[in-house]
Design a protein around this ligand. Structure first.
Ligand code: SAM
Ligand code: SF4
Length: 325
């Protein structure tokens, strides 16, 4: 069993399969040129799988594949099958921008994928293009439909930004509701790689927008999930709010992150990481496990995105496209 230095059980592994992406979201990596390709020292699926097996044997029962854009990683379905064949009751999920789902949803489902989170920040083509850096909406909506058609579980994620998509919070909530999908609104997490001009919305401002039309009741968190659930009293529809600036969910944090280049990252906020790449390339599992133990021992107690602190200090240097959110 994996226990961190604060006594929290870690049973959730998030793997960022690539830093590359076909979008350039304002809150993530707006400045990276599209031709940018990171150093080709990605771990192979075989190397990643060595670590996955150790993690599963130590009690990890939930694995999320993310990125960058994970669907850019060729043969991702084969990696999913490797995990599925090793232990078919692992909760395997994926976070994607949805752009390539139209052509890959069926392969992913056949490979053993169960659930997807799809980012949807706007239902207006021009706004979606402004956020993602290119015209994406049509393909993303097609991707959502395809995922549903092949029977994948789908949740939606929206990051509301002041003056950009903040007037669409209710529209996107209603889009999700009409499709029977859960939506989670995510507070923008300030970081040095994002466009410095954008401004996120506070969780309570997001809720205020919804309260202009609906009555809502707070429900609570589901287990260790960072998402706090709310219910519309009008029809019972449930949605989530991820408010890292409050960081009260850190006390039940159950996750560890592995990047495409083999860095184990204990917390989304902090820059600290340790590499297991060399150990995996040398097939030295004992060494990888020892590094994992070290990283878990030093896992921070909580992030530092609190609203009180955020104005007065440097932003997090941790890039979302490396850690996968
Ligand atoms: N490319 C995929 C996508 O966009 O869904 C997966 C990787 S992305 C880094 C994972 C999630 O992090 C997405 O839901 C995205 O909206 C969110 N995200 C990225 N940067 C963020 C930020 N600065 N604040 C809050 N959420 C962010
Ligand atoms: Fe790409 Fe996802 Fe980052 Fe947007 S949030 S640039 S889709 S990795």
């Amino acid at each position: 069993m994996l226990i961190d230095g604060h006594g929290r059980r870690v049973d959730y592994l998030r793997i960022s399969l690539t830093e590359r992406c076909n979008f350039r979201c304002q809150y993530c990596m707006p400045e990276k040129p599209f031709s940018w390709v990171p150093k080709e020292n990605l771990l192979s699926f075989e190397e990643l799988f060595m670590f996955v097996k150790v993690a599963i044997n130590e009690g990890v029962n939930k694995i999320r594949l993310t990125g960058g854009e994970p669907l850019l990683r060729e043969d991702i379905d084969k990696f999913i099958t490797m995990i599925y064949d090793y232990k078919n009751d692992i909760d395997i999920s994926l976070t994607t921008n949805g752009y390539l789902l139209g052509e890959s949803a069926k392969r992913l489902k056949d490979a053993g994928l169960k659930r997807l989170n799809i980012s949807l920040d706007s239902l207006k083509s021009d706004v979606a293009a402004k956020i993602a850096g290119k015209d994406v909406l049509k393909k993303v909506l097609e991707g959502i439909n395809k995922a549903l058609e092949v029977g994948l579980g789908v949740k939606l994620n929206m990051v509301p930004l002041v003056g950009i998509n903040d007037e669409e919070i209710v529209d996107i909530l209603e889009y999700a509701m009409a499709k029977g999908l859960k939506i989670r609104f995510i507070e923008y997490m300030e970081n040095t790689h994002a466009n410095s001009e954008i401004q996120g919305m506070h969780g309570r401002e997001i809720l205020s927008k919804i309260k202009e039309k609906y009555h809502i009741r707070a429900l609570g968190r589901e287990g260790a999930s960072p998402s706090f659930n709310y219910k519309l009293l009008e029809n019972g529809y449930e949605f989530g709010l991820i408010d890292p600036h409050k960081h009260d969910f850190c006390e039940s944090c159950n996750r560890i992150r592995l990047t495409a280049e083999g860095h184990l990252i204990p917390c989304l906020y902090f820059d600290e990481a340790q590499s297991i790449a060399e150990a995996l390339r040398a097939k030295d599992i004992k060494k990888a496990v020892a590094i994992l133990a070290d990283v878990l021992r030093d896992k921070p107690k909580e992030n530092r995105w609190s609203h009180e602190e955020i104005a007065s200090r440097e932003h997090s240097k941790r890039a979302f496209y490396m850690t996968g959110g």
